[in-house]
Design a protein around this ligand. Sequence first.
Ligand code: BES
Ligand code: MN
Ligand code: ZN
Length: 480
Amino acid sequence: MNFELKTLSLASAAKTSTDTLIVLISDHFQAGKDPLSLLIGKALKAKDFSSKAGKSLHAYAVSGVVASKIILLGLGESQPSDVKSALTGVMPSLKSAATAKIAVVFAGPSSPQHLQAAISAVADGTYVYGATKSKLTERKLLKVLVGVEALNAKLKDAFSASVAMVQGIEFAKEWANRPANYATPTLLGKAALSLSKFAGISCEVLGPKEVAKLGMGSFMSVAQGSAEPLRFIVLKYQGASKTEAPTVLVGKGITFDTGGISIKPASEMDEMKFDMSGAASVLGVFKSLSLLKPKINVVGLIPACENMPDGLAVKPGDVVTSMSGQTIEILNTDAEGRLILCDALTYAERFKPKAVIDIATLTGACVIALGAIRTGMFSNEDSLAQGLQNAGEEAMDLCWRMPLDDEYADTLKSNFADVANVGGRAGGAITAAKFLHRFAEKYAWAHLDIAGTAWKGGAAKGATGRPVGLLLHYLLAQQK
Ligand code: BES
Ligand code: MN
Ligand code: ZN
């Protein structure tokens, strides 16, 4: 899908050749004498349309307008979220009409946030999953022209950042959506390697032997019940001088989570193919970086494996030794995410990072706490937490800071190892974060629990591509 940004008055919008012309109208709309203004004026007068958020009007073959179909959308006070919901509402009709070209025109002032909202709504609403369909299934929408009243450098920057962002989101969705047999650790490794064709990106994929040599006993214990060999993916993006400390992203890459010997119930277990959404978000961010080339350094680490029950699988009560040297009593093999992340967190130390952010579909408890609206965010550093909170708001990809009081770690005590991998049910998202906290003492660290936000269940089952937007905004804000 190709996006283009242009200055477009309503008069010139009327002359633009496109299939569907979408005009966004706020409460402060001022009519001119052009054909579109006349249409809007008549519709308002007839009360067939209002500028209120949520209102729309579809019109066809309007004289003086080249596009055969026109959609007027009300924005009310024109918050970025109004832009997003107005456009999201009409995307299904474009999808079913197989529309190839649209123009989205702001009939009034617009901000960087407005552009981002428009671009992400259009991209999101027309995404089509096709990887495992027998008939060619792909997005019909090819060209999107975004028209603004007046162009400036800020709008241009926001436009390119948003276009790169939605491409990263789409890459993340694509990989997260793939079933586990089409997204094995090996295939994830190949997806990461494919990104190294872009300037500034390099990638190394480690296998079982190298990981054993590193002493990642905790990670290996999760993988040992699976016939699929594990992978440890190391991605590097260098956009600044080598001496500049990188931000490290660590993505949970459980390509399928059965729970292991502590097996999950059968219903909805298919959704555990999404348990590599953290990994997919790291891949997505690298895709965006490859397009935007910001002046920063970023490392992406992905421990990837399946969590399966098997004769060789790790058992409840087994004690394993992590790369940090800490021993872990595995009381529940379904708390596997933290077991693979802790070794990646230790590995991250070698980069002397500015900050380390892990992203994981870690706990059902986080879904209970925050639902599908906000990602759970934990951090041992206030400015990092604030940076992520702000980035989430800018990206419209929200998170919420959760506590890390040491008392929450009390339930992780073990009689047989340095730490147990589970506490009780109470505060489950926090005890999981406290487990990770022990392995992230040497740097500024944040943990994003995306169990509730990375995918949707039910009829709209599919990956959301979150939190690529949040992460990208956070990283771009690190540019000097
Ligand atoms: N991948 C799951 C977390 C999850 C559950 C994400 C539901 C999205 C929806 C994780 O590996 C897991 O199984 N966590 C357990 C931890 C428990 C055993 C302490 C959970 O949340 O039940
Ligand atoms: Mn699990
Ligand atoms: Zn899991």
